[in-house]
Design a protein around this ligand. Structure first.
Ligand code: CS2
Length: 476
């Protein structure tokens, strides 16, 4: 079997799109932390389009937690195949990533961050990768942050956390007399750029106040909303890619055809012409971010926990369950939309209809179990903020509490069956899962909401309903 690489690109059939630029002329303008499926499906594809117009925006990937992506992509010269799943399936080889570095090469990471060509440092390290407390500020008690701080105060240090790498890399730029950069967070957090800015400054203040001041003067952290449904790679995709391209690809990626990326127009230096790749630059991104996180991701997590409780496997399966689909739609239209002020030009009703249609995409097998990962990190942004605001405004929270109840049941069942879950708080969650009130008392997840009697009562009603196999309260 021949493997995808620079030398085999010529063997691709004409039906598979490939880089329309000279890869050897590309300069790396971006260092990206977390080159996982979402980055490679979404942002890297946009840079790949841009590279055909401007060769200065290639990407260097940095995987801090595992060697998997580096081992798959480096032998392929960074190339991988992207399958776009719609009524018709399209294939495209992406060439935007040059090399993927791992934590085994700290000098190379630092050199990339403090390189004159680097103008953007971006990230998709998932919600937990930012090591934030429930209030959205840097959690100095997080072991990775505590270890970085202790090591930095000792002297020569190699960061472990993403925030640590940002501080070290920005310090490197300052010491080398290089210009500032744009730090572009692409994860699903509300106000993602500002949160990362505050976290980076908080750590820099303690490690090197001169660098903290330099960051204030030279670095920007735009907010950004990123959207494209990206199911994890499975063997079916690998087999399909081999059949369609004739080349073996160790880690192809799939996503829906739809993609949206709105970036706050707040760049430290030159702004890449990503508008050529369909990216929107906006003065204010928060309303887009909030609408997407609360409606799409809020509904996604709801379908995941309720759907898994009903024995369903994928988002499309959950949408084929009439009761559950109707619940998700009512949740979005009646309960979540009322917490939003839509950005100018966005029709919320139409947006909701589009999201529901995307969830029904028959070409996509998006596992509910994948969406169910990291509930403790996702639910605060996706559903708890909405619930808190609904309570403050005197609106009903009955429906909003149901997916929370479903998450608590999901934890209880996992604990009962001795199954592990993927969540940075897995240990404490599973230890408390047998008594859902103990989980609600976790301040890191629920904040003061866990103590609100109206919330506790609504969650209890949700659990009773779900235990009875229903999605609305069981009334006597
Ligand atoms: C999903 C998201 O896995 C999840 O939690 O809700 O990855 C979702 O598919 C994307 O945010 C869509 O843009």
């Amino acid at each position: 079997m021949t493997r995808l690489s620079n030398t085999t690109l010529g063997a691709l059939p004409a039906t598979v799109a490939q880089p329309q630029y000279d890869r050897s002329a590309v300069k790396n303008g971006v260092v990206h932390f977390g080159p996982g499926a979402f980055h490679r499906a979404h942002q890297a594809a946009a840079f790949d389009t841009l590279l055909a117009h401007d060769p200065r925006w290639g990407l260097t990937g940095v995987s801090l937690n595992s060697r998997g992506v580096a081992d798959a992509l480096n032998p392929q010269n960074g190339l991988y195949t992207l399958a776009l799943l719609d009524t018709e399936i399209a294939y495209r080889v992406i060439g935007a990533i040059g090399r993927v570095l791992t934590r085994d090469e700290p000098e190379a990471i630092l050199a990339a961050l403090a390189h004159p060509d680097t103008r953007i440092i971006s990230s998709t390290v998932t919600e937990k990768g930012y090591c934030l407390s429930a209030d959205g500020t840097l959690d100095f008690a997080n072991p990775a942050i505590a270890a970085d701080l202790a090591a930095a105060l000792e002297g020569e240090w190699t960061p472990g956390s993403f925030t640590g790498w940002l501080v070290k890399g920005l310090q490197g730029r300052r010491l080398a007399g290089l210009p500032g950069v744009t730090v572009l967070c692409c994860d699903n957090l509300t106000d993602n750029g500002r949160k990362l800015e505050a976290a980076t400054l908080a750590l820099a203040e303690k490690i090197d106040p001169d660098t903290a001041r330099w960051i204030v003067d030279n670095v920007t952290f735009p907010n950004a909303m990123v959207d494209s449904i990206t199911p994890a790679t499975d063997d079916a995709l690998r087999a399909r890619i081999l059949a369609e391209t004739g080349l073996e690809d160790a880690w192809p990626i799939q996503r829906e055809a739809f993609t949206q990326w709105v970036i706050e127009d707040r760049f430290a230096g030159e702004r890449p012409a990503l508008d050529l790749a369909g990216v929107t630059f906006a003065a204010e991104v928060r309303p887009f971010e909030k609408a997407k996180l609360r409606l799409l991701n809020g509904a996604h997590s709801s379908l995941a926990y309720i759907g898994l409780g009903r024995g369903l496997e994928t988002v499309a399966d959950a949408m084929a369950d009439p009761e559950l689909a109707a619940f998700a739609e009512r949740l979005m239209r009646d309960d979540i939309a009322s917490s939003l002020t839509p950005p100018p030009g966005l029709d919320l009703d139409g947006y909701i209809s589009d999201v529901l249609a995307r969830f029904r995409n028959p070409a996509i097998r998006h596992l509910l179990a994948q969406i169910a990962w990291d509930g403790s990190q996702k639910l605060p942004y996706r559903l708890l903020d909405t619930t808190r605001e609904a309570l403050a405004a005197g609106r009903s929270i009955e429906r909003l509490a149901l997916p929370i109840a479903a998450w608590l049941r999901f934890l209880a069942i996992a604990a009962r069956d001795g199954r592990s879950i993927t969540d940075p708080l897995a240990k404490v969650l599973l230890a408390r899962a047998a008594d859902w009130r103990q989980v609600l008392a976790l301040h890191d997840v629920f904040g003061d909401l866990g103590e609100d009697a109206r919330f506790v009562q609504a969650v209890e009603a949700g659990i009773v309903a779900l235990d009875a196999g229903r999605l609305e309260p069981v009334t006597a």
